[in-house]
Ligand binder design. Structure first.
Ligand SMILES: [Zn+2]
Length: 93
């Protein structure tokens, strides 16, 4: 089954599933019964990875509605050195 788009002149666009290659040129609108003509659109040839899509949507949301935080970001104490396990036993000044 494939999903085909149709446009009703009275309502809006509708999507109807037909087996591939059997979609008629027009179908009756499910809402008003008027003839809806088939609309051709770009097929979805590639899928965006979920992580990229989620990040993109988050960036779009934050452009108009910044995220609300409940606390300040944590800071390191002044003079504190990041304790890396490989450098833990080296002499300090
Ligand atoms: Zn309609």
């Amino acid at each position: 089954m494939a999903i085909y788009g149709y446009r009703c002149s009275h309502c809006s666009e509708i999507e109807v599933a037909f087996p591939i290659g059997t979609a008629p040129a027009d179908v009756p609108c499910p809402d008003c019964g008027a003839i809806s003509v088939r609309v051709f659109s770009t097929p979805m040839l590639a899928r965006t990875p979920a992580a990229v899509s989620a990040q993109s949507q988050r960036a779009e949301r934050s452009a108009s509605e910044p995220e609300v935080v409940t606390s300040l970001p944590r800071r390191r104490a002044a003079g504190a050195v990041a304790a890396h396990p490989a450098t833990r036993r080296l002499p300090r000044p």
